[in-house]
Design a protein around this ligand. Structure first.
Ligand code: AKG
Ligand code: FE2
Length: 317
């Protein structure tokens, strides 16, 4: 009989208290570890990003996406920066979604709409809030894995490479409800703030499970870099998006990313030390990330021709 899957919702409030609630922290750390090993995805509440603020930012993005295309294409830039690109407005050729890519506040070449007003200020604040929450999670994951203090932080030490994607999925048509094909994310961690339209699904034990929107919650999932570093102790889950009927879906996706010059390979703590063979070959992140970005913007005709972590880096290829 199929096992009933319920994606955990985890309360992070203990990490924001100044008390010495070490027991509480330990308990939550253990729950997160289990979620990362079993599903690779979970929701969090009391995560430090004010709910009203996230909604305010989302309203601004809706206003932006509701404008005529001439206005939106003013925020389109051709970028030849090798990493992380792109930035600005993009529209999917298949007319199923449109994006606004944003790089960290202060990045040269970052582009913002001048309308609605305050857009840049609010989005930069949101970027910083999401970044702080990912850094908190990274620390918790580090401890849950029994790694030396700050091991992940010291390795993933460049916050100039993170990306905030604002996205609108158009409503499903009679014949097409595909919003995003099944994929894993190349980054270290992904954080998602979704509206109440629904449509995000995660693959668990061969079954697509809806990631039901919870008011004020953030969705976190493990990405490919952590799956490689942990030699599969943590799962970078396959996920997809189905477009809702009758309305658009708005979402922020924050990619907590890695500097392209970094080498990615299973850590000795999960191979040599415990006598397990590495499941992935060593690779430089820019080589993998570059291919994945190119294929996101210009997908190959057949979904099965897309590069995946396994086709790119499996040790047995
Ligand atoms: O729209 C979502 O909820 C997730 C989008 C996503 O998976 C991605 O942009 O990588
Ligand atoms: Fe994704």
């Amino acid at each position: 009989m199929a096992r009933a899957v319920s994606i955990p919702t985890i309360d992070l409030s203990t990490f924001f208290l100044n008390d010495e609630d070490q027991e509480g922290k330990k308990k939550v750390t253990e729950i997160i570890k289990q979620a990362c090993s079993e599903y690779g995805l979970f929701q969090v509440v009391n995560h430090g990003v004010p709910i009203d603020f996230s909604h305010q930012a989302m309203e601004l993005c809706k206003e932006f996406f509701d404008q005529p295309y001439e206005e939106k294409f003013k925020v389109y830039t051709e970028s030849d920066a090798p990493l992380p690109c792109p930035h600005g407005y993009r529209k999917h050729k298949a007319d199923k979604n449109e994006y606004l890519f944003m790089l960290p506040p202060g990045t040269t070449g970052n582009v913002f709409p001048t309308n609605p007003p305050h857009f840049q200020l609010i989005m930069e604040k949101l970027f910083n809030k999401f970044s702080e929450t990912c850094q908190l999670l990274e620390g918790i994951l580090n401890d849950s894995l029994g790694l030396p203090p700050n091991c992940l932080k010291d390795y993933n030490n460049d916050r100039c490479v993170d990306i905030l994607l604002s996205c609108r999925y158009f409503p499903a048509t009679e014949t097409q409800d595909n919003g995003a094909n099944s994929h894993q994310d190349p980054a270290v961690l992904s954080l998602i703030f979704q509206d109440d339209a629904g449509g995000l699904e995660v693959l668990i034990d061969g079954e697509w499970i809806p990631v039901t929107p919870i008011e004020g919650a953030l969705v976190f999932h493990i990405c490919d870099v952590l799956q490689v570093l942990t030699n599969d102790k943590f799962v970078s889950p396959f996920h997809q998006v189905l477009r809702p009927k009758g309305k658009s879906r708005y979402v922020f996706v924050f990619f907590y990313n890695l500097n392209g010059e970094k080498w990615v390979e299973p850590l000795p703590q999960f191979t040599k030390v415990i006598g397990e063979p590495p499941k992935y070959r060593r690779f430089q992140y820019k080589d993998y990330f570059g291919v994945r970005v190119k294929e996101k913007l210009n997908p190959p005709a057949r979904h099965e021709d897309k590069t995946t972590l396994i086709t790119f880096a499996s040790a047995t290829n």
